[in-house]
Ligand binder design. Structure first.
Ligand code: SAH
Length: 458
């Protein structure tokens, strides 16, 4: 078999040493400088691998056998469906090693993309118990020959794999989903059939306020009619007497977006509440809310500490969502301005400000990169700007405005270290210096890394 100009050929079986882990959690081996990516292989391991794809600059291999095992390998991942699910990528790596890996990932991209080397990158802040942390479950339903299935979509397919528990999901949410499945089965409610656009139940969404014990279930249905609706509601209340809210959301479109436009309260409250520290939040069926509230508190405490507020400061919170960070900051600042692009999130932010009797906050709907320059033109000056952008990072125009406005401090909360690194470079070139970077583990057993960075005007 010709190898062309790559050192390995498709279907070849080779033994390699794993040197690194990608940001997606695959092992990396180098063969004469050629990178081979091997899912489920870990750094330090010797492994027998079958080459399954050969591209020009890199290829992929399948792990056949671990010849020499990493000390950090977990032989039997806690979850029995870890291999099929794809929701977690790192259950085969010890939690200690996951934390180190996330710190290393941040250091690597800051150096490579941001050319930032002289900065303290702290060890990742861990969860004391890194399981059962999610406060929201969104589970697709369908019909199979054996009855209703509820689980997760198999990777790259529309096949639903049945699941009765998820170890990173709060037990309350798992319980709600199973109870609804049993009740729906009893009353002959059909799961949604994507191919023919038939059936009733599309998704069951469960939300739990971990600090208040309040629980919501949302039945996402194809049309308004639910067969035996009153019996179903009654049965849910009997089986879960502490449930706060039973809601229906109607999504009649052919789409893989979960929610439709119409939401109806079937029983109980429209909102559940939860708290992060001393701040209270109202959560409706469709509200955005951080999914790991315990670590959210850790992250926001760190952001607040970096903001170093005394009570006299004006602060801007860009990409503020439902105002979580804004309200956290408002406890210590003179005034906080929050800006966010989704109008419903700003409705929630305003409601939450009222709920907490906070009057020193203003929220605006719009693009941060348009609204903040406009505020600047109106003469608004911030002592501190907090940004918490989506994965693609901050818009250039926003970074330019920050550099013009010259706040003493910028606190950057990031869910993507690569765009964080890119944006820190822009700020450093504009007269700022990155002082400290703190990774926080918001999503144990997955490859996601959340980071908060402190940047000061030179
Ligand atoms: N800080 C919030 C949410 C951050 S997630 C919290 O901690 O809860 C990022 C947010 O940025 C999302 O709510 C998204 O809707 C918003 N967003 C995306 N692009 C934006 C833009 N150009 N301007 C303002 N907000 C934007």
């Amino acid at each position: 078999m010709s190898k062309g100009n790559t050192p390995v050929a498709k279907n070849e079986i080779i033994e390699v040493t794993i040197e690194d882990l990608t940001h997606e959690g695959a092992g990396v081996a180098k063969i004469d400088g050629y990178a081979l990516f091997i899912p489920k292989a870990l750094p330090g391991e010797r492994a027998k691998v079958k080459v399954i794809k050969v591209n020009k600059g890199y290829g992929f291999g399948r792990l056949l056998e671990v010849v020499k095992k990493s000390e950090d390998r977990i032989d039997e991942p806690a979850c029995s469906i870890f291999e099929q699910c794809g929701g977690c990528q790192l259950q085969h790596l010890s939690y200690e090693a996951q934390l180190k890996q996330k710190q290393k990932q941040v250091r690597d991209v800051l150096e490579r993309i941001g050319k930032i080397t002289d900065v303290v990158i702290h060890p990742t802040l861990a969860m004391s118990d890194p399981w059962r942390y999610r406060n929201k479950a969104q589970v697709p339903f369908a019909d199979r020959e054996g009855g209703l299935v509820a689980g997760f979509y198999q990777e790259r397919s529309h096949e639903i794999i049945d699941m009765d528990r998820c170890l990173i999901q709060h037990e309350q949410n798992d319980h709600v989903v199973q109870v609804v499945r049993e009740i729906a089965t009893k009353y002959g409610i059909r799961g949604y059939d994507e191919a023919n656009h038939r059936g009733t139940l599309r998704h069951v969404v469960a939300r739990y306020g971990v600090n208040t014990g309040q629980l919501m279930v949302v039945l996402v249905t194809k049309s308004r009619e639910i067969p035996h609706k009153n019996e179903v509601i009654k049965a849910i209340k009997e089986r879960i007497p502490h449930i706060t809210s039973i809601v229906q959301n109607v999504n009649s479109k052919r789409t893989n977006v979960i929610f439709g436009d119409e939401t109806v309260v079937l029983s109980g409250e429209e909102y559940i509440y939860d708290t992060i520290g001393d701040v209270k939040f109202a959560i409706s069926a469709r509200s955005f809310y951080q999914v790991n509230p315990e670590q959210t508190k850790v992250l926001y405490d760190q952001a607040l500490q970096y903001a170093d507020l005394t009570g006299s400061e004006t602060v801007i919170d860009a990409y503020c969502g439902i105002g979580t960070i804004s309200l956290f900051l408002a406890q210590r600042a003179k005034h906080v301005y929050g800006v966010e692009i989704v109008p419903e999130a700003i409705d929630d932010a305003k409601r939450n400000a009222k709920l907490n009797h906070m009057e020193n906050v203003d929220f605006a709907v719009g693009q941060a990169e348009k609204v903040i320059p406009w505020w600047y033109a109106q003469g608004i000056r911030a002592d501190c700007i907090v940004v918490d952008p989506p994965r693609k990072g901050c818009d250039e125009a926003l970074l330019e405005t920050i550099i013009k406005m010259k706040p003493k401090r910028v606190v950057y909360v990031s869910c993507n270290p690569a765009t964080l690194a890119r944006d820190l470079r822009v700020l450093e070139d504009g007269g700022y210096k990155t002082l400290e970077v703190q990774p926080v583990d918001m999503f144990p057993h997955t490859t996601h890394v959340e980071t908060v960075a402190l940047i000061e005007l030179k």
